[in-house]
Design a protein around this ligand. Structure first.
Ligand code: UDP
Length: 309
């Protein structure tokens, strides 16, 4: 049994991670300030004797529990929030990451840092391997997230070099599934709830921009592999699914899966919206012995069931 700290543990990914870690027999401490996370997410396992919830903010210098492992996921991650909470986001990923790195040093814990495909910005290299350094607009609306995640990575590398800290980075690509807030703004919860309500599906721009969508269970397996694997060839791994499609295609798939009369409408494309995104996951396949298993069709069905209740 390991003692594990999950920051952002009441969020979409964090709550699934806490649940899986408990199922594996670990003691789990979930830290969350419940800003974008929701307490309903942790209700299914809140009474587990091996689970503790700390309502805390990663940016503040409150004491942290001594643990064997840290997953640092705490940050708002929806583009909708980038306009409203840029300072909160920029500091969770820099000041918050520094605090967690110092804490990992203090208790000699192994740490997984949740980075993002957003570090690639609007990528010129396609698909994106970990060696690609990205093309980010540092002063644009997405900069608070993209650039702070990039600096967070820089900090992890600095702590590895200077202090020999065992910190690994996951670059998480678009992920979906139950427990995403329906008003989160991201494309799958938005399209699914629109389709279920019989509303128009709002495709931004002409819908030719692409994304690749990983089901949450696959993503969590990837994060756990990254934590668990003892000797790694690299300190950063893309975690995502290679099922690239256009947003227009996705809208049609959601309409078919929900079986609704909803139609597609178009709205303006947000600033700096990446035109293409697809992970190269060769590193993770080889070193972590991991790859996604859940098809978009099955994942969408599970997600639709969740929002239908
Ligand atoms: N998108 C859309 N309609 C929506 C929400 C999002 O067309 O109602 C598009 C968005 O412009 C982007 C893609 O879907 O091209 C994925 O957006 P999301 O916010 O889910 O994540 P991102 O990959 O941009 O971080």
């Amino acid at each position: 049994m390991q003692r594990v700290l999950v920051t952002g543990g009441a969020g979409f990914l964090g709550s699934h991670l806490c649940e899986q870690l408990l199922a594996d027999g670990n003691e789990v401490i979930c830290l969350d300030n419940v800003s974008s996370g929701q307490s309903e997410n942790i209700e299914p396992f809140a009474d587990d004797d091996n689970f503790t919830f700390l309502e805390q903010d990663v940016r503040l210098p409150d004491p942290l529990p001594s643990v064997d492992q840290i997953y640092h996921l705490a940050s708002r991650a929806s583009p909708k929030d980038f306009t409203e909470f840029p300072v909160d986001i920029a500091l969770s990923n820099t000041q918050g990451t520094r605090r967690l790195l110092d804490h990992a040093r203090a208790c000699d814990a192994r740490m997984v840092y949740a980075s993002t495909s957003e570090v690639y910005g609007d990528p010129e290299e396609h698909p994106q391997p970990e060696t690609y350094n990205g093309d980010v607009n540092i002063r644009g609306k997405r900069g608070c997230y993209d650039e702070s995640k990039r600096f967070g990575e820089t900090l992890t590398v600095a702590y590895r070099r200077e202090y020999d800290l065992d910190v690994r980075t996951a670059r998480i690509f678009n992920t979906y599934g139950p427990r995403m807030r329906p008003d989160d703004g991201r494309v799958i919860p938005t399209f699914v709830t629109q389709a279920l309500n019989g509303d128009n599906l709002t495709v931004y721009g002409d819908g030719s921009q692409t994304r690749s969508f990983c089901y949450v269970d696959d993503l969590i397996r990837g994060l756990k592999s990254l934590m668990r694997t003892d000797s790694l060839n690299y300190s950063v791994y893309n975690i995502g699914k290679e099922n690239e499609r256009t947003i227009l295609e996705l809208a049609k798939e959601v309409i078919n899966a929900v079986d609704t009369n909803s139609v597609i409408t178009h709205e303006p494309l947000p600033e700096d919206d990446p035109s293409q995104r697809k992970p190269d996951i060769s590193r993770a396949k080889t070193d972590l012995n991991w790859e996604p298993r859940v098809s978009l069709q099955t994942g969408l069905e599970n997600t639709i069931d969740y929002y239908s209740v």
